[in-house]
Design a protein around this ligand. Structure first.
Ligand SMILES: C[S@@+](CC[C@H](N)C(=O)[O-])C[C@H]1O[C@@H](n2cnc3c(N)ncnc32)[C@H](O)[C@@H]1O
Length: 216
């Protein structure tokens, strides 16, 4: 989501005013996404984008996997931190986004390191023969538990998974309606991670909630 859902808007504005602005490429992608897509709130914005860039720069990963590309904003941010031999693979199920993703990726200095896969992550992740240093989960909320079980065995020990929207607009702390499958899945994901002795985890109340998971 592109706004703080948990924090007062004056705090959001203050944080944005005291954070390095987007580069021209990200600014243009942000703008085009708002002009041309139905649900631009799905985009990572200036703050989350730079958060992802900084995490990636601190880790200097060789292999990044992203599940849920949308228009490519977070992929461009994460790619900035790749090691000299690093590569990022990103999976997007909606073919309608493909041309726009490729247009912007081609303009990035890290574009040649970004590999876009159009298809269903549930089918593609098992066939990818990589060991991931960093995984960003940001696709269908109902499928978070499945993404987690698919990627965790492929994350190297000491590697990290980031999962976005784990507070789901604060719905996880309220009574969950029986038919609210997204919130139920996010809550199940959070509980699974919390009880999983293969990992150490931090639920960071930043924007819509980011679960940071270290594989032990
Ligand atoms: C929240 S958006 C991703 C936002 C993007 N990571 C960013 O921060 O700018 C989620 C995306 O996941 C895609 N998606 C949903 N289910 C998927 C699946 N099973 N495999 C791959 N992509 C999927 C959607 O089409 C959508 O573009």
């Amino acid at each position: 989501m592109s706004t703080f859902d948990l924090i007062d808007h004056s705090i959001e504005a203050y944080c944005e005013a005291h954070t390095t602005p987007e580069c021209t490429l990200l600014h243009n992608l942000n703008r085009r996404t708002h002009l041309e897509t139905i649900n631009p709130r799905m985009l990572s914005d200036q703050l989350q984008g730079l958060f992802l860039t900084f995490i990636s720069k601190m880790l200097r990963p060789d292999r990044i996997l992203e599940i849920g590309t949308f228009t490519g904003y977070s992929a461009l941010c994460l790619a900035e931190g790749l090691s000299d031999r690093g590569e990022l693979h990103t999976i997007e199920i909606n073919v309608e986004y493909e041309d726009r993703i490729r247009e912007f990726v081609s303009q990035s200095p890290w574009g040649h390191r970004i590999h876009l896969h159009i298809g269903d992550a549930l089918q593609m992740v098992p066939s990818m023969e990589e060991q991931w240093d960093l995984v960003f989960i940001d696709a269908e909320k109902e499928q978070y538990p499945q993404y987690y079980e698919l990627v965790l065995p492929k994350v190297r020990k000491g590697g990290f998974i980031l999962a976005d929207n784990v507070l789901w607009n604060n719905k996880v702390t309220q009574e969950i309606a029986h038919n609210d499958r997204d919130t139920r899945a996010i809550d199940a994901f959070n509980n699974t991670v919390q009880q999983d002795d293969r990992v150490r985890n931090l639920l960071l109340p930043f924007r819509d909630g980011i679960m940071i998971i270290e594989k032990l």
